[in-house]
Design a protein around this ligand. Structure first.
Ligand SMILES: NC(=O)c1ccc[n+]([C@@H]2O[C@H](COP(=O)([O-])OP(=O)(O)OC[C@H]3O[C@@H](n4cnc5c(N)ncnc54)[C@H](O)[C@@H]3O)[C@@H](O)[C@H]2O)c1
Length: 307
């Protein structure tokens, strides 16, 4: 089996590459090292796979590529991530890397006999919901420009499926965390601050809640989506652990074993109040069952900083 992973040097893409290689796939990774966070971090993310004979890395910008590799599976992880940075002038980067890049891939692969095109969607497409848990049918009202671009790209996947039969599946990740998590994400910042005696910045009243998904569960969902018979479907991929920021900081404090300093700052534009995934559909159709709860996950993550 040959697989393409876009955004392969990123947090989720690099873990997925390791997993697919372990499963015996030949993997081609594409990444252009966008400057959203430092290149050195991304180079470090793929250092374990670069020496693998079954791994090929292409440093290219998806939007500028005229051709893509011949593969059986595409795992499209590349995007400009992050909710808070998606306002203002930078929205152009989001439309380019999230919408245009997805359209280019779909247009290229639409009649190339792919087994599956798995798209990394996001819980941010739902926005602020009135009912929890969030089901796949819950209305989509993105609350940030980032969410708008992730929803647009998911819609593109659906319409290539409906018009061309491209076997797309969208995985709506709910806050993924674990080793190599992006440096802009809360758990990463909090753990580093807790370990190094820094200050944890809590936004708003810190009672906002998130469903946190451990990286190995998100990666497993990709594999299950690829190998299942489903196409033209979207799935919530959550960790089954919905906790508030206050509770999260307590878990981190316990795992680190130190007191932490907390500073309260104002709520951020684009941040939703709560997320919590109903993963019944993913369980039924692709056999997805998250294995790592938040307490164990935070402990594993904290331990990964010590090795
Ligand atoms: N991490 C999460 O909690 C989370 C939650 C929901 C959805 N997602 C989605 O999952 C995917 C992976 O997220 P992540 O946290 O690993 O982000 P990441 O920023 O670590 O990885 C994305 C990678 O894509 C690359 N990239 C961006 N635009 C590109 C382009 N035009 N050409 C080539 N490479 C390009 C970047 O250089 C980066 O290495 C993204 O699509 C993101 O929107 C992530």
């Amino acid at each position: 089996m040959k697989s393409l992973i876009t955004g392969c040097a990123g947090f989720i893409g690099s873990h997925l590459a390791e997993k697919l290689l372990r499963e015996g796939h030949e993997v081609i990774g594409i990444d252009c090292f966008t400057d959203y966070y430092p290149r050195t971090i991304k180079e470090n993310n793929i250092k374990n796979v670069l020496g693998n004979k079954k791994f090929t890395f292409i440093e290219e910008d998806l939007v500028d590529m005229l051709e893509f590799p011949k593969v059986d599976y595409v795992f499209h992880q590349a995007a400009q991530a992050g909710v808070r940075a998606s306002w203002g002038k930078d929205f152009e980067i989001y439309t380019r890397n999230n919408i245009l890049a997805t359209q280019k891939l779909l247009e290229y692969y639409k009649d190339r006999n792919l087994r599956k095109f798995v798209y990394a969607s996001s819980s941010s497409i739902y926005g602020n919901v009135t009912e929890l848990p969030i089901r796949e049918e819950t209305p989509k009202n993105p609350f940030s420009p980032y969410g708008v671009t992730k929803l647009a790209a998911e819609n593109l996947c659906n319409l290539y499926y409906m018009n061309y039969g491209t076997p797309t599946v969208s995985l709506r990740y709910f806050t993924v965390y674990g080793p190599r998590q992006r440096p802009d994400m809360a758990i990463n910042k909090f753990v580093k601050a807790a370990l190094n005696g820094g200050v944890i910045e809590e936004y708003g009243d810190a009672k906002q809640t998130r469903d946190f998904t451990y990286i190995s569960d998100a990666v497993q969902a990709n594999l299950q989506a690829a190998l299942s018979n489903v196409k033209g479907e979207s799935f919530n991929i959550g960790g089954g652990s919905r906790i508030s920021v206050i509770e999260l900081v307590k878990l981190i404090k316990d795992a680190v074993g130190k007191e932490v300093q907390i500073k309260h700052i104002e709520a951020q534009k684009g941040d939703v109040r709560d997320t919590y995934a109903d993963t019944t559909k993913a369980r039924k159709l692709i056999g997805y069952v998250p294995e790592i709860g938040i307490k164990d996950g935070v402990k594993k993550y904290v331990d990964s900083f010590k090795t």
